[in-house]
Design a binder for this molecule. Structure first.
Ligand SMILES: [Zn+2]
Ligand SMILES: [Zn+2]
Length: 409
């Protein structure tokens, strides 16, 4: 199979690799692909089991919370429904989609995809179906939600009695099965049912795609020489158009949201009629004082350090694009990959607030309501994910002349 390294743009002919082997870019060590093994049956079995677990987790009690003889029990869809009641529609919708609707749709779609439906459907429909299904994955946050649940439990453990319901355990199993199913998903194998991967160039020496005017499709990774991908019909570009400008715009928006996200309260806690607002940092300090050092550390890292570090790293990379590649470029590429990978983990705090708001509803005795800060925080994390996605790491490796040409095109 012929491919282009998405990090450094080297054209590579990947030889046939067997089970447990992976192909790695010889230039920047980016992992290119795993062995092309038929895991169809395994993916179907895992997806089916994950769907059963996800559906079971929706209808039974998820967590119950008791304090002074009053008990509040919530189901999973309650978490989003209660946010809707507090006029946080955006947040409610986001949670509903990212932890329930999107994973369910993806898992349901994986079954026919692995039963060979792509060979039966008319090509345009098959193409669209595969493209839309695979695009969902980055927006699914079930595993992050699960960590959020555990963190929120630590936060309220000292205040009340917590009991996990059947749904909680079903959701844990769902997350394990979902992650295993995705680990067995072979995207190239699915795309090759639409059209087998084609070689576009004979390689005698190490070449970069930009030197031969070869474009790598961002959606299906087929190499093309024209403006449109021959396999998925997406528009192709030598480099993502206006990548640095787009990344900078998303980054500035995210930084503008970072300020109110930290200054405004993310939630209000009412205890015996007294309302106390709490900010991101305030929550971390409270956990720290209560002696939950590891959880305080995780939340501090995920909510305060990671967003700032990510903004700094991406701004630095946007500046480095203007400089010629040097001996540090490989390291920059690695840092970029790490930034993209950890992006959505900052969402933990959003889920913590959602769970607390849904669960702690004992009227004047004790209740939690969402604050405006959490909305800004959610927008900030989404903007940072968009910034990392918009940035094209191959620009770091381009020669100054090539950069000029891209800018003028
Ligand atoms: Zn590479
Ligand atoms: Zn394509």
């Amino acid at each position: 199979m012929q491919t282009v390294c998405p990090s450094c743009d080297l054209v590579i002919d990947i030889p046939r690799i067997v089970a447990k082997q992976i192909a790695v870019c010889p230039h920047c060590q980016h992992t290119l692909c795993h062995a092309n093994i038929n895991f169809d049956r395994r993916v179907i079995a895992l997806s089916l089991s994950a769907i059963i677990m996800l559906l079971s987790s929706m209808f039974y009690p998820f967590i119950s919370f008791s304090s002074n003889g009053i008990t509040q029990t919530i189901t999973l869809p309650d978490a989003a429904r209660i946010l809707f009641n507090y006029d946080s529609q955006l947040l409610g919708l986001f949670i509903d989609l990212s932890i329930l609707a999107l994973p369910l749709y993806l898992l349901v779609a994986l079954i026919p995809l692995h039963l060979g439906i792509l060979n039966i459907l008319p090509k345009p429909i098959a193409r669209r179906f595969l493209k839309s299904t695979l695009a969902l994955e980055p927006w699914i946050m079930s595993e992050i939600f699960l960590i959020g649940v555990l963190v929120s439990m630590v936060k309220i453990m000292s205040l009340a009695e917590i009991e996990f319901g059947i749904s909680f355990f079903a959701y844990v199993f769902f997350v394990i099965l979902y992650i295993t199913a995705l680990a067995h998903l072979n995207r190239e194998r699915l795309w090759s049912q639409i059209k087998p991967n084609q070689r576009v160039v004979t390689i005698n020496k190490a070449i970069r795609a930009i030197d031969e005017n070869i474009r790598s499709c961002r959606v299906c990774h087929q190499l093309c020489s024209g403006d449109t991908c021959t396999r998925c019909l997406s528009k192709t570009f030598v480099r993502h158009p206006n990548s640095v400008q787009k990344a900078a715009a998303w980054l500035i928006t995210s930084l503008l949201c970072y300020i109110p996200a930290n200054l405004l309260p993310i939630m209000h806690t009412t205890t015996l009629g007294d309302e106390t607002p709490s900010t991101l940092i305030g929550g971390v300090l409270l956990l720290y004082k209560a002696g939950s050092y590891p959880i305080a550390g995780i939340i501090f890292l995920a909510s305060v350090v990671v967003p700032l570090a990510k903004a700094l790293v991406l701004s630095f990379l946007c500046i480095m694009v203007a400089k010629p590649a040097n001996r540090h470029t490989k390291r920059y590429t690695k840092i970029y990959q790490l930034t993209e990978f950890i992006g959505k983990w900052s969402m933990i705090d959003v889920f913590v607030v959602a769970i607390l708001v849904a669960l702690v509803q004992l009227g004047n005795l004790m209740s939690v309501t969402p604050g405006l800060g959490i909305v800004f925080f959610t927008i900030m994390v989404i903007c940072q994910m968009m910034a990392a996605h918009a940035f094209d790491p191959r620009l770091l490796w381009d020669k100054p002349k090539q950069k000029e040409k891209i800018n003028n095109d």
